[in-house]
Design a protein around this ligand. Structure first.
Ligand code: LLP
Length: 404
């Protein structure tokens, strides 16, 4: 399997499709999924790809062919999943702050739903009573994740039903005889520490007796992947072992079987992605040497929005002497991808590649400054497929109503 995209492939793709260009290696997604299957093999586990990370329809179809399920964060993602051929029973809609009519649509589609507010749960009970199994998103009051913007389980988080409202929650369930089939907790993204997931398992352990019809325990996503050189991600094998132990304890204590669900996004698609850009302008001044590229935070917002680190490589001059650069975009405000970044000597026209660009890269892109969204290419078994065309001028006007 060619799960690593070579510099030669990237250079050839840039020549064929132009830059900026997103490239996704489908074989890497396969390898990551296999790693999950191996680590969790003994436990009764289902994985749902958190497709908010990357929704190109061809990526979704590839994920489906692996046998993976899919987690959605809007009804449109659920419709995309159906379009990609996922069966409703393999689709999960983990909602947050949504209008009740999206939950009604989800029920009509026959997909799994995690409800995250008492308000929607009440409406759900009034309309469906015990007729449709549903999961509950709980807020555990655990601080975890790479930074505050991607932490979701803490005491000030908008997500889920706070643990301290358990009595109210149980009263609503009882009042409408709601069929609670599962519990869900997602504490954040980029969680390296396996024990965070074990803390969640402990919370589930205490909650389970309140929900006699429960079948699944959903621990969300958030596995950390290495962004920096020599960085270590979540130890998936260790997590597999610990989850198995936790499930055995639950089964032993409560005399019933539980299915464990996970919703990995970054783990499946971060590392498969490369973002190829080209250097427009070199600018020297006392503070830095700027390498100004033909992209900006409109194409990859993670560095500006989260101060996220992405490895950047000069694939046009891989043996050049190493110097420090500020890598900046062409958007008309501060638009910095990296400061003081050692790179092989950069010349105008060189190709700079961003690694780990698969998750939340294109997906969070925009047309700010009326710039085009990049094209997307999927590599599968060494073959390249264009899976999204670069925008053209008409795309900027699409949906605008030009008054005369
Ligand atoms: N499940 C739920 C309910 C989620 O909210 C998320 C991510 C996931 C699963 C998948 O998390 P992952 O495995 O990808 O860490 N845009 C940010 C990340 C935001 C994550 C939002 N929720 C970034 O680029 O770092």
């Amino acid at each position: 399997m060619h799960s690593k995209t070579s510099n030669k492939q990237l250079t050839d793709l840039a020549a064929s499709f132009g830059t900026p260009l997103y490239v996704y290696n489908a074989n890497k997604i396969t390898a990551q999924y296999q790693q999950l299957l191996t680590a969790f093999e003994p436990a009764n586990t289902r994985f749902f790809f958190a497709c908010k990370a990357l929704t190109n329809i061809n990526i979704l179809k590839h994920v489906r062919t692996l046998g993976c399920n899919i987690d959605c964060s809007s009804i449109n993602e659920a419709l995309l999943a159906i379009r990609a051929g996922f069966e409703p029973k393999n689709i999960l809609y983990t909602s947050n702050g949504i209008a009740f009519d999206e939950i009604e649509t989800a029920v009509e589609l026959g997909i799994n739903i995690n409800i995250d507010s008492l308000s929607n749960l009440k409406k759900f009970g009034e309309k469906y009573g015990h007729s449709y199994p549903v999961g509950l998103r709980i807020r555990p009051n655990i601080m975890a994740g790479g930074n505050l913007k991607i932490s979701t389980g803490h005491e000030k988080s908008k997500f889920g039903i706070p643990l301290e409202q358990l009595d109210e929650l149980l009263a609503i369930i009882q009042q409408y005889n709601i069929y609670i089939a599962g519990l869900h907790i997602h504490t954040g993204s980029e969680i390296k520490d396996v024990d965070v997931f074990m803390k969640v398992a402990d919370i589930f352990f205490d909650l389970v007796p309140h929900f006699p019809e429960i079948k699944f325990l959903d621990l969300g996503g958030g596995f950390k992947v290495p962004y920096k050189e020599h960085e270590i991600g979540t130890d998936i094998a260790l997590l597999g072992t610990k989850v198995k132990e936790a499930v055995e304890k639950l089964t032993h204590t409560y005399h019933k079987n539980f299915q464990v669900w996970f919703e990995p996004g970054k783990f499946l698609v971060s590392e498969c992605g490369s973002f190829i850009t080209q250097v427009n302008v070199l600018k020297n001044n006392a503070a830095a040497t700027f390498a100004g590229i033909n992209s900006g935070f409109n194409h990859l917002i993670r560095p500006m929005f989260y101060e996220a680190y992405h490895r950047i490589r000069n694939i046009s001059n891989p043996d050049g002497p190493v110097k420090e650069y500020a890598v900046t975009g062409n958007i008309c405000e501060t638009d910095t991808f990296a400061w003081n970044r050692p790179l092989n000597e950069v010349r105008e026209g060189d190709l700079l590649v961003f690694d780990n660009a698969g998750a939340y890269g294109f997906e969070m892109g925009s047309n700010y400054n009326s710039r085009f969204l990049p094209a997307q290419v999927m590599l599968k078994d060494g073959e390249a497929f264009l899976i999204r065309k670069r925008d053209v001028f008409d795309d900027l006007l699409r949906n605008q109503i030009e008054l005369v």
